[in-house]
Design a protein around this ligand. Structure first.
Ligand SMILES: Cc1ncc(COP(=O)(O)O)c(C=O)c1O
Length: 362
């Protein structure tokens, strides 16, 4: 049988292997690995979700109209410039497919969301990672990395896995100083957690400048990771381009309805955010007291650095697993002595700290 020819960029790009289903790792008692919310979604979102069970035989609204309406009203945006998808990761892949071609350079933080590299590779683009200052993105390094081949800058702000953020004044300066033809993608997956007065997700940059896309998600603060709801705001021209790539009914009815209800329940979102922030403060203080280094985070996770290096990190990771706690090693970023820890519920945070006290003896 002749072999089917595969697109070489697909073949050469990093893949996510699929082990036999029977070998899937057993769930850990406490999962602090994936930057999810430790809290369930708003009860109003759950009610809306259950309500949709009556119409599961019907396709969802093709354009996520109700959800776009709610998002437009909440943020004061023109809903024709909003696009919804099954998670913001899906939108990031549309962006790559629409705007990155072979040989194009795409600048992103060295410690930026790993998926950017996959998307760039898939298009035959060239990934241009830029350094940080102590895990904080410096926009001057991005500007210095621009060449004739640069087509796009992707900035996760706040960043994953760093948990740090770039002040809005710097993001504005970045857009102003980047050549107009370079697309600036602001991935604001964790925007809802960042209450700092000098932080802004940058939605207004879409209207005041050309070539800006902001991506957002309901997977994080709104606790809807499993439903897959993400959205983007950009110019009419860019959104219309991305819509060419959107699958027909890409956002399910339960996702659209629960998403809209979650967005409307600001009180619940505020409560979840405050509890996550308190949890992050607790983890940071306790871990620093043990003599470990924690990068200050505005997100729902922290980076924890082990002063004795890779072996100490590995031993800590193993000790946590023995205690039923899963966290995120960052070897894929060459951060060999660092773990990423997502905030849990109060009880989960305490169990994690107890296991770490046991490990460090402090
Ligand atoms: C920085 C960043 N962007 C985007 C995503 C994708 O989120 P989702 O596809 O669930 O919207 C994540 C998920 O972890 C992320 O960390």
């Amino acid at each position: 049988m002749s072999k089917i020819k595969t697109n070489k960029y697909v073949k050469d790009s990093p893949s996510q292997p699929q082990p036999p289903a029977k070998t899937v790792t057993p769930a850990f008692k406490i999962n602090l690995a994936l930057n999810e919310s430790p809290y369930p979604p708003s009860p109003k979102a759950l009610e809306a979700y259950h309500e949709t069970s009556k119409v599961l035989n019907r396709y969802p609204n093709y354009t996520s109209a109700e959800l776009r309406l709610v998002l437009g009203e909440k943020y004061g945006l023109d809903d024709t410039k909003i696009m919804c998808a099954a998670g913001s990761e899906q939108i990031l892949s549309y962006i790559a497919r629409a705007y990155i071609a072979e040989g194009d350079e795409v600048i992103h933080p060295r410690y930026g969301f790993m998926v950017y590299r996959f998307n760039i590779a898939m298009q035959g683009g060239i990934s241009v990672p830029v350094e940080h200052d102590d895990f904080i993105v410096n926009v001057d390094y991005i500007l210095k990395a621009v060449t004739d081949k640069t087509r796009m800058v992707i900035l996760d702000n706040p960043g994953n896995p760093t948990g740090t953020y770039v002040p809005y004044s710097d993001v504005k300066r970045l857009r102003e100083q980047l050549p107009d033809h370079i697309l600036l993608v602001l991935d604001a997956a964790y925007a809802e957690f960042a209450t700092e007065s000098d932080y802004d997700a940058g939605m207004e940059l879409v209207d005041s400048h050309k070539n800006v896309i902001v991506t957002r998600t309901l997977s994080k603060l709104y606790g809807l990771s499993s439903l897959r709801v993400g959205w983007a705001y950009s110019t009419e021209e860019i959104i219309n381009t991305l819509l060419h790539l959107k699958g027909g009914f890409n956002v399910s009815k339960p996702a659209q309805s629960a998403g809209a209800a979650a967005i409307l329940d600001q009180e619940y979102a505020d409560m979840s955010r405050d509890k996550c922030r308190a949890g992050i403060d607790y983890l940071t203080v306790e871990l620093r007291t043990m003599g470990l280094k924690v990068t200050s985070s505005v997100c729902n996770f922290i980076m924890l650095h082990f002063p004795k290096g890779r072996d100490q990190m590995k031993a800590a990771d193993a000790h946590l697993k023995e205690n039923g706690i899963l966290v995120g090693p960052l070897g894929a970023y060459n951060l060999e002595s660092t773990l990423r820890i997502t905030v849990g519920t109060d009880a989960e945070n305490k169990a994690f700290i107890d296991a770490m006290k046991d490990f460090t003896g402090n």
